[in-house]
Unconditional design. Structure first.
Length: 99
């Protein structure tokens, strides 16, 4: 039997021990995070992790990039022509009706 779309899904209750940590408390971050050195260390760590993640990315080859770029350009031109023709036809139809 399908659920009624108007009913809300039940929310599972979790204890505070089961919740994922969200970082440091206000007190902890106020002491450590306020220092400039702490912020610089956080920024360095962020950029090091970002660099590691970028190494995992499977980048497209030049050939794939060119092919998809051309496909986007062709599609854009075709859609522009189509919408221009439809706009012109509807404009003439409205002009014919109103005259």
């Amino acid at each position: 039997m399908a659920k009624d779309k108007t009913q809300a899904a039940p929310v599972a209750e979790t204890s505070s021990k089961q919740k994922a940590p969200r970082g440091k408390s206000k007190e902890e971050s106020g002491k450590e995070g306020a220092s400039l050195a702490g912020r610089i260390d956080q920024a360095k760590e962020f950029f090091e992790q970002s660099k590691g993640e970028l190494k995992k990315v499977t980048w497209p080859t030049r050939e794939e990039t060119v092919k998809t770029g051309i496909a986007v350009l062709v599609f854009s031109v075709v859609m522009a022509i189509y919408l221009g023709v439809v706009d012109m036809a509807l404009s003439r139809l409205v002009a014919l009706i109103l005259s």
